[in-house]
Design a protein around this ligand. Structure first.
Ligand code: ATP
Ligand code: MG
Length: 705
């Protein structure tokens, strides 16, 4: 199982004597080492799929990895003693994101944390609202700052009590108080936030040896992609999962670390060598992805950063097309010219839409491209944004789903019970809220509690009880019936389409309803696929016969349609938080650079290459220079962007751009300069120094013109 590997890759695949780190530049086949190693473990080494877990960061990357592994294992058989010759049950593998691994651990171990297995996962809007309520302010930047601080604390495994004790000033004290109440509120809702998905399993493993042993025994080989982006919480989780056996392979590239702002730390790369002195480090040097021009551009940019580890990268794909840099008058012009050139390029090359990606630094840049693509009837998919799941109509439906799974989810109840309106007004809900608060129960529970009559009339209580009865009926059905029928019943019961036509004008209603239908379709499809079934399978497998216990039809890799709604709901929450959906029609991909990590596209347009955008200015003032640490992270981001391209790379920047009703003049990004100016070797004594004309010739050669 090692066809199509060079010798260093082969070494990475076959090394099983201890912990292993593959440290190498972009496109050098790190992810390929992971997928091939999974196949090697199963086909040659007797591992069962349920004992192997591979984790990465985005849904899209996980989906791609899953696909690559499935292809490799097609037609292969197990080599496990006693099971030789059996077809490999690919769907028992765990190939997923960190967060979805976390969800699966939490679902199994919820009781140890005082959680129901159907806990809700709050999205960032819910969390924002909770912090806002605690702070009792409308100052959005302040709320966001506190939200961020809480997130950093969580990721550094700092508990509220510690945060309170360590508070140095009034601001930190306030943030720590909010943190404490925030944690308590989440718990009351039987909910977790995004950070908890990693933090809680790590804390649980730390505290509970029996649980930890069980999981260490379940997941006997770990593979970690994009290791450079792990934060300390994720690192702890990995270390605890790996345990003393330390059977893992991590792959990464320090030059692609782009999540510093989320608390990821390159220290983890060094820490790995300290914590695992036997760590075997392998370097890869051949880039199989890009042309020489693209790789040279990438190398030029990253050369400006201080180096942690020495790496070389070469390609034998030939020079390839020249890299173009095109200015545009403003963002509209930019979008039009990119879409125009993309169409022409596609026609010339007889390429497909899916061969193209338009990459940008920030989500806000996407809208204008969406507009122009739509106008030109060019199919596109958006990733990296949460725009689909952020739509009000989708959130409405999700609120129902969350509430069905978890009746204690107060924010979901408030949203669902008032959309569509059911004659339940704000005054009623406020009275219910204060009653529930005093009784220390959820809103749902409060609806049925004696004593409520003293506060509200029957006419007020009745519709609330009818609503909660309806939810309970659906919840009961969801435990036994397939997701699809429960969904159909739910939609029939809430008259959502009629509500849309009531509340919005016809065009809007039509649009919203078609989004809802698309979402339901997508849900139903998800419900029939064994998405990330691996851990469940592994857990069940411990108790009974591995293959039979999963409940999945392993012959064609498709799950039994009975996959229930409750699991599906948590999957949805993850999808909405982790860079969108993972399907792959023939469409141009619009993506943030962050979300494109690990992926590759034949042709890339990198747009908005301007000072202030790429590099992004962050919080600093227009007049202040951007600080060095930020520039270094932005430069790594630029490196990631460039190295997504396989055959062609086209950059654009705007000369002017609208910002908050003002039009500002933009400077081309410093990275353009860095990328195109090949570092000329210092002239030796017997060589004449390079003239500006030579430099220009060099540059032209590099650009291919
Ligand atoms: P990134 O740092 O961007 O995540 P990576 O190091 O993970 O990149 P891969 O995505 O594994 O790189 O590989 C890049 C491309 O090169 C893929 O298309 C892969 O199939 C191809 N590739 C990798 N190794 C080989 C090889 N030995 N022979 C041929 N093609 C290869
Ligand atoms: Mg990769």
């Amino acid at each position: 199982m090692s066809a199509g590997l060079n010798s260093a890759q082969n070494e990475g695949v076959r090394y099983l004597d201890g912990p292993c780190l593959v440290l190498a530049g972009a496109g050098s086949g790190k992810t390929r080492v992971i997928t091939q190693k999974i196949a090697h473990l199963i086909v040659d080494k007797g591992f069962e799929p349920r004992h192997i877990a591979a984790v990465t960061f985005t849904n899209k990357a996980a989906a791609e990895m899953r696909e690559r592994v499935a292809k490799l294992l097609e037609g292969q058989t197990l080599s496990t003693p006693g099971k030789e010759g059996r077809k490999v049950p690919v769907n028992q593998l765990t190939v997923c994101t960190f967060h979805s691994l976390g969800v699966q651990i939490l679902r199994k171990e919820a009781e140890h944390l005082g959680l129901k297995p159907q806990f809700s996962i709050m999205d960032s809007d819910d969390c924002f609202a909770m912090v806002q309520e605690q702070l009792a302010t409308t100052d959005k930047p302040l709320i966001r700052r506190v939200q961020n601080t809480i997130s950093l604390w969580k990721n550094a495994l700092v508990l509220p009590e510690q945060a309170l004790a360590n508070a140095q000033n009034e601001d930190e004290h306030v943030a720590a108080m909010v943190y404490r109440n925030y944690v308590a509120t989440l718990h009351a809702y039987q909910a977790v936030d995004f950070d908890d998905l990693i933090r809680l399993p790590a804390e649980l493993f730390e505290a509970n040896e029996a649980v930890r042993d069980r999981w260490q025994n379940k997941l006997r080989y770990l593979l970690i992609d994009e290791y450079q982006d792990t934060n300390s919480c994720q690192y702890s989780l990995l270390k605890l999962l790996a345990g003393p056996r330390a059977a893992f392979t991590a792959v990464g590239d320090d030059d692609q670390a782009i999540y510093g702002w989320r608390g990821a730390t390159l220290e983890n790369l060094k820490q790995l060598q300290i914590d695992f002195p036997k760590l075997h480090v392998i370097k890869l040097e051949q880039n199989y992805r890009s042309t020489v021009r693209i790789l040279t551009a990438a190398n030029n940019v990253i050369a400006k950063n201080p180096k942690l580890f020495e790496k070389k990268l070469w390609s034998d794909h030939g020079m390839g097309d020249s890299i173009t840099v095109t200015p545009a008058n403003d963002e509209e012009h930019e979008a039009e010219s990119v879409v125009f050139r993309l169409s022409a390029h596609k026609f010339e090359r007889r390429a497909q839409f899916r061969d193209y990606a338009i990459l940008y630094r920030g989500n806000f840049q996407a809208r204008i491209f969406e507009q122009v693509l739509r106008r030109e009837r060019i199919p596109y998919v958006l990733s990296g944004g949460t725009s689909f799941f952020d739509r009000a109509e989708i959130k409405d439906i999700c609120a129902y789903l969350r509430l069905i799974a978890n009746h204690d989810d107060d924010p979901a109840l408030i949203r669902a019970i008032t959309t569509p309106k059911r004659g339940i007004g704000n005054v009623t809900l406020e009275a219910l809220g204060s009653f529930a608060g005093q009784a220390k129960v959820s809103l749902f529970e409060a609806v049925y509690m004696g004593g409520l009559e003293a506060r509200l009339s029957d006419r007020q209580i009745e519709p609330m009880r009818a609503f909660c009865d309806f939810i309970q009926r659906l919840a009961a059905r969801a435990e036994t019936d397939p997701a699809t029928t429960v969904l159909d019943d739910m939609m029939e019961g809430i008259h959502y389409e009629a509500y849309l036509y009531d509340a919005f004008d016809e065009r809007q209603a039509q649009n919203k309803w078609s989004n809802v239908l698309e979402f339901l379709d997508w849900l139903k499809k998800k419900g029939t696929r064994p998405e990330a079934a691996g851990v469940d399978a592994a857990v069940e497998g411990e108790r009974g016969d591995g293959d039979a216990a999963t409940g999945f039809d392993t012959s064609d890799g498709l799950a039994d349609t009975g996959k229930n709604l409750l699991g599906l709901i948590q999957t949805v929450a993850l999808m909405s938080m982790l860079e969108g959906r993972d399907e792959d029609p023939d469409a141009v991909r619009l993506s943030t650079v962050h979300a494109s990590k690990g992926l590759e596209y034949p042709h890339v347009f990198l747009v908005g290459c301007e000072e202030g955008i790429m590099p992004h200015r962050g919080g600093s003032d227009d007049d202040e220079p951007i600080d060095d640490a930020r520039i270094e992270e932005e430069r790594r981001l630029m490196y990631v962007a460039i190295t997504r391209a396989q055959r062609s790379l086209q950059l654009t920047y705007c000369k002017k751009r609208k910002r908050a009703r003002e039009t500002i003049v933009c400077e081309p990004s410093r990275f353009i300069q860095e990328m195109l100016l090949d570092e000329a070797p210092p002239p030796s004594a017997d060589e004449a120094p390079m003239t500006p004309k030579d430099r220009l010739a060099n540059l032209k050669a590099l650009l291919g013109g």
